[in-house]
Design a protein around this ligand. Structure first.
Ligand code: SF4
Length: 371
């Protein structure tokens, strides 16, 4: 039996049902009309939207209407630094990069070292902050423009965040936070206060500019509870309600669930060696048949195949080629062994380039940090 779906800001597991998540979180399905609007304004298409990898939103329509009326927006994304970076973490960065390039938008990237310290029993604050600097290199390696990007590390940049967070906290009751996040008497109070910190970044630009500036947040849908709080208090504080656009999770290499930092063997880490990548993909869960003969005769099932998912999410961005791969699998024209080998080659080439850029990023980190 499939494991029950659990999706919260701190835990994601089980078989993910995205339509159900839209209902549970109370967000809206990303309609074709909005996708077309983004792509038209951006002047270029992206497989992230064409394939509905970004599938849900909150308040996006209003932000795009405001854009029509000459009101720009800033972007805000982030990461909870609890370990090194894996391919699943790069997915929202790459989509955010598309948005930054397309709209020439300023971007805030928040590293929530405080949150990880509050929520991960085994990690010290020093370790979380250390991971924040490490994760920042992977973020920069995705090619963000330093003149348009600011990296926030919560414990370092709290001076900017705190006055805004204090205002958010004053307008948020414990009963709301409890209902949204499921806090209990056992939850530490850092964790309980943290939603105010996370919400505050959505309002930084308005605060700094002294006028209402829209904020669009590309993120995983599990982060949506934070934006509910932020949207609840925004107007009371004189800020515009932030909007969010939600992405799907890159599946893990195992059956079900997303690629997860808490299960290292389910993920491909940016620091994995070629050998490790070959081995992990070689052992990945596929939609293949038990024998070569059956695969040739009956074909595989790409829809249930994690190897195919990696092509779909990142490693085959040409729609025609992806469709051919799908058909060839269905008709038994390709076998899982060759399919996995090709994917491993692509992943290794991608990681080789990424690690080169990551090393380069070390020299430029300061240019991205908040001044
Ligand atoms: Fe998956 Fe490729 Fe095997 Fe088809 S051939 S089931 S896509 S690994």
């Amino acid at each position: 039996m499939a494991e029950k779906m659990v999706v919260t800001p701190w835990e994601t597991r089980g078989e993910i049902d995205y339509d159900k998540l839209i209902k549970e979180f109370g967000t809206e399905k990303l309609a074709e009309e909005l996708v077309k609007k983004i792509e038209k304004k951006a002047g270029k298409s992206t497989h992230f939207l064409r394939r509905k990898i970004y599938f849900s939103h909150r308040g996006l329509k209003k932000i795009l209407e405001d854009l029509d009326n000459g009101k720009d927006f800033v972007l805000y994304t982030g990461r909870g630094p609890s370990g090194e970076t894996h391919l699943g973490h790069l997915l929202p960065y790459l989509f955010t990069k598309y948005l930054q390039d397309a709209f020439n938008a300023k971007l805030y990237y928040e590293l929530t070292d405080d949150e990880k310290f509050f929520t991960k029993e085994k990690l010290s604050l020093k370790e979380c902050t250390g991971f924040a600097y490490d994760n920042a290199l992977d973020f920069i390696a995705c090619g963000f423009k330093s003149e348009n990007t600011r990296i926030i590390i919560d414990t370092k940049d709290i001076g900017l965040l705190y006055p805004i967070a204090a205002k958010v906290a004053e307008k948020t009751t414990f009963s709301t936070a409890k209902a949204v996040f499921g806090f209990s008497n056992e939850t530490n109070i850092g964790w309980i206060f943290f939603p105010a910190i996370q919400a505050s970044v959505a309002f930084i630009e308005s605060e700094l500019k002294g006028k209402r500036v829209n904020c669009l947040i590309p993120c995983g849908i599990e982060q949506d509870p934070y934006w509910r709080i932020a949207r609840d208090v925004a107007e009371k504080l004189g800020y515009p309600k932030p909007g969010a656009i939600h992405g799907k999770f890159l599946p893990g290499l195992k059956q079900g669930g997303k690629m997860s930092a808490s299960d290292p063997s389910s993920a491909i880490w940016v620091t994995d060696s070629e050998k490790e990548v070959d081995k992990k993909i070689g052992n990945a869960f596929t939609g293949g048949r038990a024998t070569v003969e059956e695969q040739r005769r009956l074909g595989g099932n790409p829809e249930a195949c994690n190897v195919h998912a990696y092509y779909f999410f990142l490693f085959e961005q040409d729609d025609e080629k992806l469709a051919r791969l799908y058909d060839d699998c269905r008709k038994g024209k390709i076998l899982c062994g060759e399919c996995k080998k090709d994917l491993a080659k692509r992943v290794n080439a991608f990681l080789k380039e990424h690690m080169k850029r990551r090393e380069e990023a070390r020299k430029h980190l300061k240019e991205y940090l908040l001044k």
